[in-house]
Write a protein of this length. Structure first.
Length: 605
């Protein structure tokens, strides 16, 4: 039958098949990106915790004095000066009352902007504008998946990690501008212009993360392997060394730096190779994935070795052929040097905490740039091969997606569970703060210094910041004012627990009057076909004395409703009462329009 089909028809059928496969692959990648963004929209932290709370407290203390505020903005946090992140936090005070939504929004926008810059000004600029629509979709979705990925939730959803996205954006801008210049043929004027731009980016990077010198180091390395004029290479090298010295002198490492070359090498390999893998459970208290630590570490080591060997191998090839690989490979090499230098610097300062620290998820989004660099280098190298000149990016993207897509889908299944648990615990701890409940375990989920936590709350509560801007009521308010604008709705649910917190489990953070207790139960709103967002407990005088959120699963709910439920319907919170315990409970819908009243404890509606 094929004898009657022309060669042209066969080629056309082949192109259509390839285009269909490209669209399917792009759709899968875009679906993971969309799911990651939707999950973030539905889940957010109620309060800062640990380092974030400490830094916000420093910020609030510095606010009354402009000189103190400027000193705070440029002051180091561990080995880093995070002024850019702090400026975003300052904006959030005005935009979202200090709830830290701005940091998460900016982080995701910067990740998307980084992906667009690479797509538009690196790949398409080099491959030509005649690239078909299906290929464009494949390229764009593949790049975007490297930036907005469920394995990067630590950076994407934790507000205090915005600096990683800022630094990645700066590195990409620097590499993009450098790659669009013919380095080996630059005029003195072009060299001066590029140098000024790189210095400006390096200055901003200095006030973003401690690996800021990697910008000039990577530029010097790229200029060297591209055989730029010796004077220009030497100047870049001197500036890179000077920048490194300045950063080292003006900041102090946390703990003792590592000097064991074997530990440093293992740490760095895990850093480069593990952005889409996970070995340790934090912040989850339980393990939710299959591969053993040893298997995962070995796999990460192989991936990490691939990142390092690609950087070294291409650097040697570029020395022999200064324009080998084109602009795409130039971009990829510069990004690879940034990531390699960052991994080695991180190993030097952090290997003391064990080599598995290299796979910490807070490094994942930035370390993933190494995988991007590998892809860019191989696309550039493929263009040099006659067999791949027509579509050099296709085999590279195919291999990339074969590896990344399964790891991303598995990551979504795993990371959403881990981070939802962390966010739910954060909400529960925040409710204890909102009600001035001295519950030791939950308050220590936020911060271990009780005096500073008390100072932090004393600042945000009267100003309606943070958790105190999430609720339109306070402890002791009349419930009728809250319910006045809401319509009654039928629901199912019940109160399962009203338990006084034992004295030994209480701290002295607030010392508020009354009896502190735990409240819990489950609820399902019939019309909304969803659980309520907030449960309010009131005393016999209709005063609000407790608040809970739907943060837990509930076997009782599944039993009464007669079905498995794939979301939280169990609510948990706190109450503080003076006199008898809470006498009534009301479920408030997330849209702020509906309310449902429960029966007494132990009864089911």
């Amino acid at each position: 039958m094929t004898d009657f089909v022309s060669d042209g028809d066969q080629r056309a059928a082949g192109r259509h098949l390839v285009a269909a496969i490209e669209v399917i692959a792009a759709t899968l990648a875009a679906s993971v990106v969309a799911a990651t963004l939707i999950w973030q929209w539905r889940h957010y932290f109620a309060m800062p915790f640990y380092d974030d709370l400490f830094d916000r407290l420093r910020f609030y203390r510095a606010l009354p004095d402009m000189q103190a505020l400027l000193a705070y903005l440029i002051s180091p946090h561990n080995e880093h000066r995070i002024m850019t992140t702090r400026l975003i936090a300052l904006a959030d005070e005005s935009l979202f009352s200090g709830r830290e939504h701005t940091q998460v929004i900016v982080t995701n926008l910067l990740q998307a902007a980084s992906a667009y810059i690479i797509y538009r000004f690196v790949f398409l600029a080099e491959l030509g504008r005649d690239v078909g629509v299906s290929r464009r979709l494949l390229i764009g979705a593949s790049i975007l998946l490297l930036f907005i990925n469920p394995n990067h939730f630590y950076t994407l959803v934790v507000p205090f990690q915005a600096q990683h996205a800022i630094m990645a954006f700066l590195a990409i801008v620097a590499a993009t501008i450098t790659s669009r210049t013919t380095l080996s043929e630059m005029s003195p004027r072009e060299q001066s212009r590029l140098l000024i731009i790189l210095l400006g980016i390096a200055v901003v990077a200095t006030f973003t993360l401690g690996n800021a010198p990697a910008i000039l180091i990577s530029a010097a390395a790229t200029a060297f392997v591209s055989r730029c004029r010796r004077g220009f290479v030497a100047l870049l090298a001197v500036l890179a060394v000077a920048h490194t010295v300045i950063v080292l002198v003006t900041t102090h490492a946390v703990g003792a730096p590592a000097h064991d070359p074997v530990k440093i090498a293992k740490f760095a390999l895990l850093y480069w190779g593990a952005p889409f893998l996970r070995f340790e459970s934090w912040p989850s208290p339980y393990v939710t994935w299959g591969p053993s630590e040893r298997v995962g570490a070995d796999l990460a080591g192989v991936f990490g070795a691939g990142v390092l060997l690609t950087a070294v191998g291409f650097g040697l090839l570029r020395l022999l052929r200064p324009r080998f690989g084109g602009r795409v490979a130039t971009f990829g090499f510069m990004i690879l040097v940034v990531v390699v230098v960052t991994g080695l610097a991180g190993a030097y300062s952090r290997a003391q905490f064990g080599i598995l620290e290299g796979a910490n998820k807070k490094y994942a989004s930035f370390a993933a740039l190494g995988w991007l660099g590998v892809a860019a280098v191989f696309v550039g190298v493929a263009r040099e091969r006659p067999a791949f000149q027509r579509r050099p990016e296709l085999p590279v993207l195919a291999v990339l997606l074969v590896v990344i897509l399964p790891l991303s889908i598995l990551g979504y299944m795993r990371e959403t569970r881990i981070w939802q648990k962390m966010i739910d615990r954060n909400w529960e701890a925040s409710l204890a703060v909102f009600l001035h409940i001295d519950d030791h375990g939950h308050l220590h989920d936020l911060y271990t210094d009780e005096a500073e936590l008390r100072t932090f709350v004393a600042y945000i509560e009267p100003r309606g910041r943070g958790i105190f801007s999430d609720f339109p009521f306070r402890w002791g308010d009349d419930i009728q004012a809250v319910l006045a604008a809401r319509r009654p709705e039928s629901c199912r649910g019940g109160v399962e627990q009203i338990t006084q917190i034992p004295a030994q489990d209480l701290t002295d953070v607030f010392k508020a009057p009354g009896t502190a207790g735990l409240i819990s139960g489950w609820a399902w709103m019939q019309k909304e076909y969803a659980p309520p967002e907030t449960i309010v407990a009131v005393d016999g005088q209709n005063h609000i004395v407790g608040v809970a959120r739907t943060t837990r699963t509930s076997a009782s709910a599944e039993e009464w409703l007669g079905q498995k439920i794939d979301q939280n319907v169990g609510w948990f919170g706190f109450a503080r009462w003076v006199g008898p315990p809470p006498a009534a409970f009301f479920a408030l819908s997330a849209d702020g329009e509906h309310v449902c009243a429960f029966g007494p404890p132990g009864s089911i509606r």
